[in-house]
Design a binder for this molecule. Structure first.
Ligand SMILES: Nc1ncnc2c1ncn2[C@@H]1O[C@H](COP(=O)(O)OP(=O)(O)O)[C@@H](O)[C@H]1O
Ligand SMILES: [Mg+2]
Length: 281
């Protein structure tokens, strides 16, 4: 029986591979590896996004079929022979039987999230997924880190108890305006506290998930006068954004991390929802 299982899994992987003829050997290896973490390193234009798209197609069509030793419950010698001799030009019926024999736990489009860094890359990803797999691509979360976080927050940010789900997003110009206003009201010299610089200090603090109180405590410890003023600006900036039910670009990531950390319900929802997480750097 061990021998039968091995032959069946090998035949299945070989038949599935025939759907991905355009891939070179390392690309094919990545496309057919569906389980566990996988890291792909290759230069620009070498075919990484192509792998991601084909991998999604494989997950939707065959689930973990190419990467599993599990057999269909009632697999027979005849099924194995069929796969080992699967024709180059199958009839629709043969094709359907093959897919039936090869698929194990097909992924649903909404169980897949594919994330990139830029809007341009996200749009390219959406277009290419659509071309590869058709309209069901619309149910895949193909987006940037920021837009994935916005979606998560639009659904549940009220659970943090501070914002409502119709929150506003401040762009850099909005944020600069708020900083300008705060420096003025604190009677600080704008030249000593340029908005861009202040924002970048705040942004770095947020990147470290450092709240205004903790930043202020750190500034107090160092005794640095400028840092202490920036701590004041940060605290006031934070207060004003909350009051306006507004998030800046950093908050979008920061609050999503906070929400997933704080709410077990939200965390488990996404852990269950996303069976496959793919990132295109
Ligand atoms: N195995 C392949 N055979 C032929 N063309 C390929 C192959 N893999 C990728 N390409 C093409 O090469 C170009 C760059 O691929 P892409 O996946 O966008 O690269 P990357 O994401 O690594 O920058 C695309 O036009 C793609 O269609
Ligand atoms: Mg790419």
């Amino acid at each position: 029986m061990g021998h039968f299982e091995e032959r069946f899994a090998a035949a299945r992987r070989a038949v599935i591979a025939r759907d991905f003829k355009r891939m070179n050997p390392p690309q094919l290896e990545a496309v057919l590896t569906t389980e566990g973490p996988l890291l792909l390193l290759a230069g620009a234009g070498s075919g990484k996004t192509t792998v991601l798209i084909n991998r999604v197609a494989n997950l939707l069509r065959y689930g973990r079929g190419s990467d599993s030793q599990e057999l269909p419950m009632d697999a027979t010698e005849e099924d194995l022979a069929f796969l080992e001799r699967y024709p180059a030009d199958p009839t629709a019926e043969e094709r359907a039987r093959m897919e039936e024999l090869c698929a194990i736990g097909r992924a649903m489009p909404w169980e897949i999230i594919a994330i990139t860094f830029t809007n341009k890359a996200a749009n390219e990803l959406k277009d290419r997924l659509q071309r590869m797999i058709g309209e069901s691509a619309a149910d895949i979360w193909a987006c940037t880190f920021h837009s994935a976080c916005v979606r998560i927050l639009r659904r549940d940010i009220d659970k943090l108890g501070v914002y409502t789900r119709d929150f506003t997003i401040y762009d850099t110009d909005d944020s600069k305006r708020v900083i300008k206003d705060i420096t003025k009201s604190l009677e600080l010299d704008e030249k000593a506290f340029p908005q861009r610089e202040v924002l970048s200090v705040i942004s770095n603090a947020k990147g470290r998930i450092q709240l205004p109180e903790s930043y202020a405590a750190q500034a107090a410890k160092t005794g640095d006068w400028k840092q202490q003023r920036i701590a004041k600006i940060y605290a006031e900036y934070d207060r004003r954004l909350r009051e306006a039910n507004a998030l800046d670009f950093d908050d979008i990531l920061f609050k999503a991390v906070e929400l997933l950390g704080q709410s077990q319900e939200v965390r488990e929802y996404y852990q269950r929802k996303f069976r496959y997480v793919l990132i295109d750097e």
